[in-house]
Design a protein around this ligand. Structure first.
Ligand SMILES: CC1=C(CCC(=O)O)c2cc3nc(cc4[nH]c(cc5[nH]c(cc1n2)c(C)c5CCC(=O)O)c(CCC(=O)O)c4C)C(CCC(=O)O)=C3C
Ligand SMILES: [Fe+2]
Length: 311
């Protein structure tokens, strides 16, 4: 077993009502050179959903699934939840953990990959939260898990299922959040995404053409970000005579706003305008296999041979 006395679920955070939207967006983009126009545009996405981000409900369901999995394995470990950008804020959760006597916690982060936005930024925010709290517990971020079966297998099943509803010429379109080309860790992020896309494609639909594309670009237009954009890619497929796509958001762990708006509204509308049949594959969310991954990462021997999802 492990030496941990708590599990901390760390997530992005999102607004819980219309008045939260702008303060949330300001938290996310503080010091980040995101144009005001872009913020106002993204605020509209949240307002379409009543100002409530789907990410909070996703986190509550994942937390409950992790608690159920731990209980089923007779592991008594309290599970806490804290966010980088909205309530419950990490610092408040860490303060509660300290008050409860937690000394050493494992952090399971709702982001699967290496890279700055996906890994380093979470470490920095955990460190900042600990700095705010006297006698804060030690908090170890669990390893990057994008290649693990608990993350990959739900996508494989989801692709197989989507393809049963699509014609034979359907293409696989894997998507992830774009980041600036200059962002530290970008090479590792892209290499992992390519690897996970290839694994899912090979296991779910061997021989079928696929592409890795990006979405949700932000930042000033002159700054280069990872491309191609998902909607541009749909244009290209339609122009080549392709009639259907299964869109697979491998860059994300839950169906939050970047999935519910940028794919289910924006990309789906583009596909409809192009006459492309469109299926969006679910993310792992609160899948029991994904919840079990948190336990596996805590209980397996450090440096031990971690099983990957196979190719
Ligand atoms: C790689 C990556 C992930 C995946 C890893 C992970 O999951 O963590 C991710 C996730 C998310 N991003 C989210 C929301 C936002 N991201 C923004 C801005 C940015 N994201 C970036 C990258 C990523 N973001 C970057 C490089 C920026 C530019 C500013 C900066 O350098 O930081 C902005 C500002 C407005 C805009 O510019 O779009 C918002 C509102 C939400 C919550 C959704 C919800 O509410 O359901 C989630 C899960
Ligand atoms: Fe983001």
């Amino acid at each position: 077993m492990s030496d941990y006395d708590a599990l901390l679920l760390v997530s992005f955070g999102g607004p819980e009502g219309p008045d939260d939207v702008m303060p949330f967006l300001e938290n996310v983009t503080r010091g980040r050179n995101v144009p005001r126009e872009r913020l106002e545009h993204v605020a509209e996405h949240y307002h379409l959903f009543g100002g409530v981000s789907p990410i909070n409900e996703q986190c509550r369901r994942l937390k409950a699934a992790i608690e159920a999995d731990l209980a089923a394995h007779s592991i008594e470990l309290p599970v806490y939840w804290g966010n980088r950008n909205w309530t419950p804020y990490l610092a408040d959760t860490v303060r509660q953990m300290a008050a409860d006597g937690v000394r050493r916690a494992a952090a399971f982060v709702t982001s699967a990959y290496s890279g700055y936005s996906t890994h380093q930024q979470y470490l920095e925010d955990i460190a900042r939260a600990r700095d705010e709290v006297p006698r804060a517990p030690q908090i170890d971020k669990l390893p990057v898990y994008c290649r693990r079966p608990g993350f990959v297998d739900p996508f494989v099943d989801g692709v197989r299922d989507a393809l049963t509803r699509l014609p034979r010429d359907a293409r696989l379109v894997f998507t992830a959040h774009s980041v600036p080309l200059a962002q530290p860790g970008r090479e590792a992020y892209v290499a992992e995404l390519e690897d996970v896309a290839a694994t899912v494609a090979e296991r779910a639909a061997p021989g079928r053409p696929w592409a890795l594309v990006y979405q949700s670009r932000s930042g000033p237009p002159a700054q280069p970000w990872l491309e191609p954009d998902v909607c541009d890619h749909l244009d290209k497929l339609a122009s080549e005579g392709v009639g259907a796509v299964a869109v697979v958001p491998i860059g994300f762990v839950s169906d939050h706003m970047e999935v519910k708006y940028d794919l289910d509204v924006e990309a789906a509308d583009r596909a409809a305008a192009l006459g492309l049949r469109f299926e969006r594959v679910p993310t792992p969310g609160a899948d029991p296999r994904f919840a079990a991954l948190a336990r596996e990462l805590i209980t397996e021997p450090a440096g031990g041979a971690a099983p990957d999802a196979g190719r």
